[in-house]
Design a protein around this ligand. Structure first.
Ligand SMILES: Nc1ncnc2c1ncn2[C@@H]1O[C@H](COP(=O)(O)OP(=O)(O)OP(=O)(O)O)[C@@H](O)[C@H]1O
Ligand SMILES: [Mg+2]
Length: 254
């Protein structure tokens, strides 16, 4: 029996901006139902990789595939099967909370009835029920973020690319977001999530550490701890320390 295609796959993918290689020959694959965490210093190429994987920007070399389709060439085939939450939150400021969800639902070709049902569910989940009629530009930062996530989830996509979805949220809300991500993954959804909160990496099945456009380490949180311990010469338990040890040792290697 042939193995199912990965949900997200990069094969020696590259993205050059002038002389800068924002993503530099990176290969990875994320299987169905996984939560894969993407970490790495600012500017290491996380957003650029996510954008290539969902066809928002074309690779300069190599191949990016989503649900078996080559991006961006075959993007249309999978347009309704993925959701992307960009780092710069994309909600319409002059629409209300409910109108934003209606707009995104319509973009994905959902019926009004289904949008109404999803809106009720998502507003409850994101604790935005009492903000339903509020214009998006009057929401607090965290409320805007919850709305942005709700818009990404409205069409119940199989594959989710979330670029720093929890940045700026209070700890209780971050924990709730992660409980929700785990719930999505237990229902077969696949999540690729970038984050700078390294303890969130512990909630992922696998973590990829990017540096200067490359994947310099990848594995389960436990495997990355072991690797960092080998580099450091002593046990490393805290994910922040794992990150520091592994990015430093990669820097030394250059
Ligand atoms: N459109 C662009 N034009 C030129 N350079 C770009 C463009 N987009 C990104 N870059 C550069 O590519 C590199 C990678 O950027 P990217 O946004 O992918 O990093 P990141 O890992 O997501 O960073 P952060 O954690 O700060 O969000 C950076 O040096 C950035 O300045
Ligand atoms: Mg980014």
């Amino acid at each position: 029996m042939s193995r199912a295609e990965p949900v997200f796959a990069a094969a020696r993918v590259e993205k050059a901006f002038g002389t800068l290689r924002a993503v530099d020959g990176l290969s990875m694959a994320v299987e169905g139902g996984e939560i894969y965490g993407l970490v790495g210093p600012s500017g290491s190429g996380k957003t650029t990789l996510l954008r290539m994987l969902c066809g928002l920007t074309a690779p300069s070399g190599g191949e990016a595939r989503l649900l078996g389709s080559a991006m961006p060439r075959e993007r249309r085939k999978v347009e309704e099967r993925f959701g992307y939450m960009p780092q710069e939150r994309a909600v319409y400021r002059d629409l209300s909370v409910a109108e934003n969800l209606l707009f995104f639902g319509q973009v994905y070709g959902m019926s009004r009835r289904r949008i109404a049902a999803r809106t009720a569910e998502l507003l409850a989940m994101m604790k935005l029920e009492d903000r339903r009629g509020q214009r998006a530009d009057r929401l607090s930062g965290g409320e805007k973020q919850r709305l942005s996530l709700a818009c990404t989830l409205v069409h119940e996509a199989d594959a989710l690319l979330l670029d720093e979805p929890t940045i700026g949220l209070d700890p209780a809300l971050r924990a709730e977001f992660w409980d929700y991500f785990r719930d999505l993954s237990s229902r077969g959804r696949t999540l690729l999530v970038s984050t700078h909160y390294l303890h969130e990496a512990d909630r992922c099945r696998r973590v990829g550490l990017m540096q200067r456009g490359r994947l310099v380490a990848e594995g389960t949180p436990a495997a990355l701890r072991t690797l960092a311990g080998e580099h450091a010469g002593h046990p490393v338990g805290d994910m922040e320390d794992v990150f520091l040890v592994l990015t430093r040792s990669e820097g030394d290697a250059r």
